[in-house]
Design a protein around this ligand. Structure first.
Ligand SMILES: Cc1ncc(COP(=O)(O)O)c(C=O)c1O
Length: 402
C-alpha cells in the first residue's frame, strides 16, 4: 500500500510529548504547541525524535488484534518475538544474533542507565563523543561515574572521530566504558567499518567495554550502509553490549520496548544480574505485538518513509543553500534529525534560542544540550509532512532576514 506522509497523525489530547509538552526546569511541562500565544502564530515542534507520521498498517493491525485479547498481564518475550528481532538483524544488517543474546528493556536510555550502574564503580570514567545525545551524560552522572570527553572533529563539513585523543583517554586505567552512538545523534554520521574497527582495537587493547547505542541503525540516508558494531569480528563482539530498538525506525517510542544484545556469555550474565538489580523485568504486551509486527511486516513502510525523509532532507539542504547561506546543514548519513550549523549568524546561545523560538516560532533542540561542542548549532527533526518543513523554512528566513 502507498502511505500518505503528508498528514500529521497525532491529534491533540493524547499526551504527545512532541506536541503537548516542552522542556521545563524539572522535566517536561504541559504546553500545546498549536495554541496561539499572545495572538501570535503557533509554534512548530520539531524537537524530540518522534515522527509525525501514521505508523505502518501491519503494526496498527497487530495492535488492534492484541487489544482484542482480554488479557494483558505480565508478559515476556516469546520465541516468535525473538525470531522477528533476529530475522531483522540478519536481513537488514547481515548480523547473526542468537536469541539468547537478547534481553528486553523499557527503553534504550533505561538500558544504558542500568549498564553504567552494572559495569562501573563510583568515579570510573565513561567515554562519550560529543556533541552527543544528551541523556548519555545523565546516565553516567546518575550512577556516580565520570564523563570523559572524546570530542568529534568537524572536518570539511563532516564529523570524524579523534583517535589520538581516544587512545589517550582509553589508556587511563580508571576509564572502563565507552558509550558509542552509532549512527551518531545529533551529527548524523554512519561510522564505517574502518572507523569502528579502529575504535574497537583501542577499546579492546585498554579493556574499555563498548556499549553501542544503535537505535538509529535502520534510518539510512544518502546510500549509507550501517555496520553493526558486534558484527566487526569476534574481538569486538566479545567486548560489546548493543542497545537497539524498533522505536525510532517505526515511530514506536511510546511502546517502551528496546533490546540489549550481548554476545559474550560472561557479560550477558552480568547484564542479567544488572536487570534483576534494577528490577527491570518483562515487556509491555502492546510493545511486544508492535515490535514483532514491525520487524516481520514493516519493511515496505520503512522503504517509503525513508524516501520521504530523504526528500525532506534534500529539500531543506537546497532551500538553506539558496536562501539562508549563513545556516549550513551538516549532510546527514542517517536519521531524520538534521544538524544545522548556525554559527555564522554570530549569535550567542540565548540569542540563537530566542531567534528560533520567539522570532521564528520553531521549537528545536538547542545544540548546546548535546555538549559545549554543540553551541551555535540546532537539531531539527524533519520526520514531518513537507508542508510543515516548508513553513519552518519560511519562518526561519523571515526571522533571520528581518
Ligand atoms: C541515540 C539515542 N539513544 C536513545 C534514545 C532514546 O531511546 P529510548 O526512548 O528507547 O529510551 C534516543 C532518542 O532519541 C536516541 O536518539
Amino acid at each position: 500500500m502507498k502511505y500518505d506522509f503528508d498528514r500529521i497523525a497525532t491529534p491533540r489530547g493524547i499526551g504527545s510529548v512532541k506536541w503537548e509538552h516542552r522542556k521545563g526546569d524539572n522535566g517536561l511541562e504541559a504546553w500545546d504547541a498549536t495554541e496561539e500565544i499572545d495572538g501570535k502564530r503557533q509554534v512548530l515542534p520539531m524537537w524530540v525524535a518522534d515522527m509525525d507520521f501514521a505508523i505502518a498498517e501491519p503494526i496498527r493491525r497487530a495492535l488492534e488484534a492484541r487489544a482484542a485479547i482480554p488479557s494483558v498481564g505480565y508478559t515476556y518475550k516469546t520465541d516468535a518475538y525473538l525470531s522477528a528481532v533476529t530475522g531483522w538483524m540478519q536481513r537488514r544488517h547481515g548480523w547473526t544474533v542468537e536469541k539468547d543474546w537478547i534481553a528486553t528493556a523499557s527503553g534504550v536510555v533505561p538500558a544504558l542507565n542500568m549498564l553504567v550502574r552494572t559495569f562501573t564503580q563510583a568515579g570510573d570514567g565513561v567515554i562519550v563523543q560529543p556533541p552527543v545525545y544528551h541523556p548519555f551524560y545523565m546516565v553516567i552522572e546518575n550512577n556516580d561515574a565520570r564523563v570523559v570527553r572524546n570530542p568529534l572533529r568537524l572536518v570539511d563539513g563532516r564529523y570524524e572521530m579523534d583517535f589520538q585523543d581516544l587512545e589517550a583517554k582509553a589508556s587511563d586505567p580508571t576509564v572502563k566504558m565507552l558509550l558509542l552512538c552509532s549512527p551518531h545523534n545529533p551529527v548524523g554520521r554512519v561510522w564505517n567499518e574502518a572507523e569502528l574497527s579502529r575504535l574497537g582495537e583501542i577499546c579492546n587493547r585498554h579493556d574499555v567495554l563498548v556499549v553501542a547505542d544503535e537505535l538509529h541503525a535502520d534510518l539510512m540516508l544518502n546510500g549509507s550502509v550501517f555496520k553493526p558494531y558486534a558484527a566487526l569480528g569476534r574481538a569486538c563482539a566479545e567486548n560489546a553490549i548493543v542497545c537497539s530498538a524498533a522505536s525510532k525506525t517505526f515511530s514506536l517510542a511510546g511502546m517502551h520496548t528496546a533490546h540489549i544484545i550481548t554476545p559474550n556469555p560472561e557479560l550477558r550474565s552480568q547484564v542479567g544480574a544488572g536487570l534483576q538489580k534494577a528490577t527491570m523485568f518483562g515487556m509491555n504486551p502492546f510493545g511486544a505485538a508492535a515490535v514483532q509486527a514491525a520487524y516481520d511486516e514493516g519493511e515496505e513502510w520503512l522503504r517509503q518513509v525513508l524516501a520521504y525523509i530523504q526528500g525532506n532532507m534534500d529539500f531543506m539542504a537546497g532551500y538553506l543553500a539558496k536562501n539562508l547561506p549563513h545556516i549550513r546543514m551538516i549532510k546527514p548519513e542517517a536519521t531524520y534529525l538534521a544538524w544545522l550549523d548556525c554559527r555564522a549568524l554570530g549569535l550567542d546561545k540565548a540569542q540563537l534560542e530566542d531567534l528560533m523560538l520567539n522570532k521564528a516560532g520553531l521549537y528545536l533542540d538547542e545544540g548546546y544540550i548535546f555538549g559545549e561542542e554543540g553551541a551555535g548549532f540546532e537539531r531539527i527533526n524533519v520526520a514531518c509532512p513537507r508542508f510543515i518543513l516548508e513553513d519552518a523554512m519560511r519562518r526561519l528566513t523571515d526571522a533571520v532576514t528581518h
